[in-house]
Design a binder for this molecule. Structure first.
Ligand SMILES: NC(=O)C1=CN([C@@H]2O[C@H](COP(=O)(O)OP(=O)(O)OC[C@H]3O[C@@H](n4cnc5c(N)ncnc54)[C@H](OP(=O)(O)O)[C@@H]3O)[C@@H](O)[C@H]2O)[C@@H](O)CC1
Ligand SMILES: Nc1ncnc2c1ncn2[C@@H]1O[C@H](COP(=O)(O)OP(=O)(O)O)[C@@H](O)[C@H]1O
Ligand SMILES: [Mg+2]
Length: 283
């Protein structure tokens, strides 16, 4: 087990090139948020924008458009049942599942569009699967698109549903690793808990920052948005995931010095200053 340290995050988050522009920092497409769970995509999007993603589009239920624009003028918004294929085609990173409910057709259309891009050999895209998309994956017996850089971000029950590994057995790295390999030959797993584990490239990493002040709805939606924002900007994908996982909980730990609970939106607001500290340390 390798500890996820500040050093890993510092080696990932770099100072920005003076001659760069938004196109260099990735196009993120967030798909999720049904009529009852629009908050989930707001938290995804806030985290992705504050992590520095170059362009962020949210494909969601139309009821969520006005609240999203009111909270985050930086994002573009589209209906997740219209023109999804074109949106997926133009994205570098696709995050699907937070608050998506049971919109199986949207999940299937997203996977089909990603496979279409792959077949044309256009470029390497990253897919992040969170929340209810993981539950639908488990229930519908869908397979993950191979060849796309994939990150799964389940909490313990989502992982139990998807992999069959019972929560009580999830401390067993070998069991988790084997189950992951049976789902995908190359996916990265972020198995969230009070001691989050990341499985990448046959290694297992463990988070040692964070705490119970994070046990509040939307905390995982914020992490998923950070993973999207970081993977849009930094390579390799696994290092970017580790840096996002570390930063999310390290910001919460800092906030917990003066707060009983560390709300997801407060963590998101802390991202730019935290990333600056990481970039300033980078050697
Ligand atoms: N504002 C919004 O729009 C928000 C929208 N959200 C969206 O809601 C969707 C559903 O996500 P979900 O996680 O709330 O529900 P689900 O997948 O059924 O899991 C809960 C079941 O698992 C069990 N459980 C056991 N261990 C667990 C663990 N470590 N962590 C968590 N649960 C654990 C737990 O046990 P119990 O608490 O009953 O003992 C219960 O039986 C998802 O798409 C998400 O993005 C939320 O983010 C909130 C804010
Ligand atoms: N006791 C705890 N200690 C540390 N982190 C926690 C604790 N409880 C929850 N978390 C973190 O909060 C997040 C919860 O994710 P998730 O259940 O998907 O939230 P949601 O779907 O409501 O956004 C994970 O990153 C998890 O590691
Ligand atoms: Mg979640």
């Amino acid at each position: 087990m390798i500890k996820i340290t500040k050093n890993i995050a510092e080696s990932v988050v770099q100072k920005r090139d003076k001659h760069s522009y938004k196109g260099k920092y990735g196009r993120v497409l967030i798909i999720g948020g049904n009529e009852n769970m629009g908050g989930a995509v707001i938290m995804n999007a806030q985290a992705a924008v504050y992590s520095g993603a170059g362009l962020v589009t949210v494909a969601t239920h139309p009821d969520n458009k006005a609240p999203l624009h009111a909270r985050l003028p930086e994002v573009m918004v589209t209906d997740y049942k219209k023109e999804l294929e074109n949106q997926v085609r133009s994205a570098d990173v696709v995050l699907i599942g937070s608050g998506i409910g049971e919109e199986l057709a949207v999940l299937k259309a997203t996977f089909a569009a990603l496979e279409g891009v792959l077949q044309q050999g256009e470029r390497k895209q990253t897919l992040i699967v969170d929340g209810s998309a993981l539950t639908m994956l488990a229930g519908a017996g869908l397979t993950l698109p191979e060849g796309v850089a994939t990150v799964l971000t389940p909490h313990q029950m989502e992982w139990q549903r998807l992999s069959g590994v019972k929560i009580a057995d999830q401390k067993d790295q070998e069991k988790n690793q084997k189950a992951l390999e049976s789902l995908s030959s190359s996916a990265i797993l972020v198995l969230k808990s009070e001691a989050t584990q990341v499985y990448w490239n046959h290694d297992c990493f463990e988070l040692t920052v964070g705490g119970p002040y994070q046990a509040t709805g939307g905390m995982g939606d914020t992490l998923a948005g950070m993973v999207a924002g970081f993977t849009a900007q930094f390579t390799p994908c696994g290092s970017a995931v580790l840096a996002a996982v570390y930063s999310h909980s390290a910001i919460a730990e800092e906030l917990s010095q003066r707060a009983y609970v560390t709300l997801p939106s407060e963590i998101a607001k802390g991202i730019p200053a935290f990333m600056k500290k990481l970039a300033d340390q980078e050697s």
